[in-house]
Design a protein around this ligand. Sequence first.
Ligand code: NI
Length: 166
Amino acid sequence: MESNKANPRREKTGVLLISHGSRLPESIETINRLANMYREYTDFKVGVAYMELREPNIPTALDDLVKNTEIDTIIAVPVFLSHGMHTTRDIPKILGLATDNHKDTANQDGHKHDHNHGHHHHGHDHNHESEKVSFNGKIIYTEPLGADPLLVEIIKNRVNTALNDC
Ligand code: NI
């Protein structure tokens, strides 16, 4: 829980939660509920964006987040379990963080298969890849959720609930 509300940096910092996006309403409810729960614990302005399939996309959500504010720093959190092509290639590109060198390196590292796979796994256009944020401030891009002990607690809860329901 953050508490240092006196820090002027905090008033100039926004948090953008980036979810994959889905056509199913359930996934939207989940990320919105997560965002609302987080808002209860923070004085940061918090926005939600979708990588694809849903609006707002990342540029639109970022615009909304900083509009009429003094925000000059965005902490962008990919709400993904682990890294994949979206978190390593697509999202940094949209955020304007990816360099050509970076992309070349990724391809040379053998991600070409994943790259091709990624273009087909949803069966939809990736037009969003041409969009970029217009935000001129600083963007700090965090790691995804990862192998965190807190997630193990969730797995334990799911298993225990399933057992209790047997
Ligand atoms: Ni995808």
